[in-house]
Design a protein around this ligand. Sequence first.
Ligand code: SF4
Ligand code: SF4
Length: 487
Amino acid sequence: MSEQRSSEEKNADNKASDQSIRYVNLYETPDKIYTRRITGFFQNIRRYTGLPLIAAYLLLPWLVIDGRPAVLFDLPARKFHVLWMTFWPQDFMLLAWLLIISAFSLFTVTVLLGRVWCGFTCPQTVWTMMFMSVEHIVEGDRNKRIKLDRQGWTFEKISKKTVKHSLWILIGFITGATFIGYFVPIRELLAGLIPFRNDLGMLQIGVSPVAAFWTLFFTTMTYLNAGWMREQVCKYMCPYARFQSVMYDSDTLAVHYDPKRGERRGTRKPTDDYKAKGLGDCIDCSWCVQVCPVDIDIRDGLQYDCINCGLCVDACNAVMDKMKYPRGLIRFTSEDELKTGKTRFIRPRLFGYSFAVLAMISAFSYVLLSRTALSVDVIRDRGARLYRIAGDQVQNVYTIKINNMDDEPHEYSIELDGKYPFELRNYRPMRIEAGEVFTLPLRISIPRSELNTEKAKLKFIVTAQDDPELQAVETTNFIGPAVKKRR
Ligand code: SF4
Ligand code: SF4
């Protein structure tokens, strides 16, 4: 009997704990979010950061420098043109460094200002903002959109939805075509996408099927991402969202609700003496939730879904203004500031990240600015013999790789420089095509009597004959026989 009772008690306990746990079905359809439109300081910042980014993205493929697009990743020719510079596959390291610098810059900003990248400049956010603006213009504000979705398929609903989706697809197409315009000259791409009838009377396009496929792909992805998936991408698909929290510390500035000031929440009239009723400044209007693009309640505390966009700050400030309360019940602040009233801006982690970013940017800028359109690699023959003796000559064999990264072909000459009178055998200047890597075996010799060391420094100087500025120098060693010591 006692055993029976204890199992019943256990069942009751389990039931109670089940009720306290909120189970989430990962396959359930998320509720549609109807955000309220808000204006304010942070919304303006988002607009002023988003618009230049969109403008730069759209205009860059149309700019022409030296007769070609200002930015063109010409994959078939394996050339990447960025403004006045041309990069080759051999410059891949520069791209890798650029990505590393970007990642570290992102970490630094996150330590200082939380996920501001997500809220203000991430393309997913910027495009979502654009799609939401279209939705707002065509279907109206939050309440009108909720009403429209609940009503049956009237003429008004069909026409509004048709206009909205057509505009979304148009923006998707402009985005997709612009993106492919970074790989195929945009004028050719757009002209080639217009179908025409060929000699057999069949419809045809004048651009490669691969370019047409990727344009369609990115059009569809933009439409789906910014039109339908929106915050789902930030919450479940973005890898940065998953690990950014490890960069937060208690001094990181993020959007917080100030519970000390806001609690107890409750409705009231602006004229009420709410403090006498034991109420805080939060009037529980839920505007902060209604404007949130990821549909969270920031009053529940800092959550990983929050993209730090500041819309709830603008919404709550608008409410505070109406109530004639001080602004900042929801604000960009730190956990420490909420607890102790102070935020430490200078801290070791931030210093470390900033120093690493500055050092990397300096090194990267130096490499980029001192880069010439010529690179040379010299490899000493690592065969069984370190050197050869031919008559009275000591010889070393090298393989030299000359990479002409210029847009023009050049004839290159090789000179030697060193403490000893080294001589280049069987060599004449060579013509190397644009982008070509030329590999050449070279034999260097010196009279044995002239060499009084076992290892001597030797410089290869490669120069374009028509352009002495186009020069690269590579230093290597010359190995000779052991030198007999004088008595
Ligand atoms: S909680 Fe506020 S800052 Fe965070 S995502 Fe929502 S609206 Fe933006
Ligand atoms: S907007 Fe401000 S006042 Fe309204 S519920 Fe949110 S925190 Fe409270």
